[in-house]
Design a binder for this molecule. Sequence first.
Ligand code: PNW
Length: 440
Amino acid sequence: MRHKRSDFPKDFLFGTATSSYQIEGHGFGGAGRTQWDDFAATPGNVVRFENGARACDHYHRYEEDLDLVSTAGFDCYRFSLSWARVMPEGRGPVNAEGLDFYDRLTDAMLDRGIKPCATLYHWELPSPLLDMGGWRNRDIAEWFADYTEVVMSRIGDRMFSVAPINEPWCVAWLSHFEGHHAPGLRDIRAAARAMHHVLLAHGRAIETMRGLGMGNLGGVFNFEWADPADDSAEARKAADRYDAIYNRWFLGGVFKGEYPALALEGLEPHLPTGWQDDFPTIQAPLDWCGLNYYTRKLIAPAGQPWPDYRDVEGPLPKTFMDWEIFPDGLYNFLTRTAREYTGDLPLFVTENGMASPDLLTGTNVDDPDRSAYLDAHLDSVKRAIAEGVPLNGYFIWSLLDNYEWALGYEKRFGLVHVDFDTLVRTPKASYHALAHALKS
Ligand code: PNW
C-alpha cells in the first residue's frame, strides 16, 4: 500500500468491520430463527440456497478472529449483534447464552486493546417479528427499543461507540422495493413505511441509550454516487431521484427533520399517517455519523410510472460485485455530508472495501487489486480531511471473507481468506500490506 498511518492525523482511527449473521454461524446456542434463514430457504432468492447457518463459525472462533484484528494493528472493531440470538422471539424472553456471548466478545476486544464499535441491527430480523409485519409495522420501533435496552444494559458500559441500524436504505428500499434482500418484497407501500419506520426505530434506540447514560452514539448510512447516463433532462432527473431516495432520505430525516421533495413525490401517498410528527424522535441528536461507500451507478429513466430510474452499464473498471470503482464518490459524499447535513459533527467511513475471487495458492492469497482499491479511497479520505471535513476514522469491510447475502460465499470481501470447508483463516497480501502501513 502507498499509505501509512503517519499520513493521517494523530488521533485518526483505523478499524475493520463485520456483521453477526455474515460471520457467526446461526441456529444454535438458543438463538431464534431469522428472516435471512427463511429468505435463503425460498427458491430464487440466494445463490445455491446458501445461508448463515455456519458462515465463518466466528461464534466459536472469535478469539482467533480478534487476534487477527489486533495483529493487523487496527484500533477499532465494528461488529453487530444478532437480535434473535439475544431475544429468540424478538420480544420477551432473553437468551442468557446469547447475551453472554456478546459480553465475552466485548471483553475479548478490551483485553486486546481494541475499541468495540457496536451495531444493534445488521439485518437478521427475528422471524416472529416479520410474521407481525416487520419493518412495515410501526410497533417495530418499540420492539427495537426494548431489545436495545436489554443489550446495552449489559454491555453498554464498555462500548466505544454504538449505531442502532446498519444502512437504513438496505433495510427499507433494497428489501421492500427492490426485493433483493429479506424479506424480498417489491411493494411501494411496504417500502415507504419501512423507509419511515427504520428511522423511527433508530431514534427510539438513541433515546433509549441516552436514558442509560450512554455517549458516542451515531448512525451508519450507505451511499452510492449517481451520475446521469447521458445529458438529457430525463436522465438528470432520474439520477436526482435516485440520489434523493438512496442518499438524501435518511440524512434528511435525521439531520434536518425532512424528506427530499423529489422522493416524497412518489412515496408520500404511502407513508403512515402522522409521519411528520415523528421527526422529533428521528432527529434525536447524534455524536457522529458513519458513511458506508463502495460504488457509483449510471442512471437512466426507466420509462415506468415511478420510480423513474434504472441503472445502466458504466465505463469504469468494476469489482467482482460488478460494482464500478469510483473513489471520487467517497470524497464527494464526505464533503457534501459535512457541508449540507452534519457540519462539525465527527464523521467516520464505517465501510469501504471490495470483493474479488481471491484464490488461495498454497498459503498465499495475492490480492493487489484490493490494496489498490483501499489506497485509492484513502486518497479521497485525505483530500476530504485536508479540506477540513471532520473525519475521524476509516473502517475496512471486511475482516473475513463471509456470507455476502443474496450472493452467498463466492464474493470475498475479506482481508483474511476463509476456507469455508475447513474454516482455516489465511491473511491475504492486502492484510499484510495494511498491517505494515498501520505500523509505519
Ligand atoms: C453493505 N446494494 O451492504 C453491508 O453493510 C454489508 O453487510 C455487505 O457485506 C457489504 O456492504 C458489501 O456488500 C450492501 O445492493 C449490500 O446496493 C448491497 C448494496 C449496498 C450495500
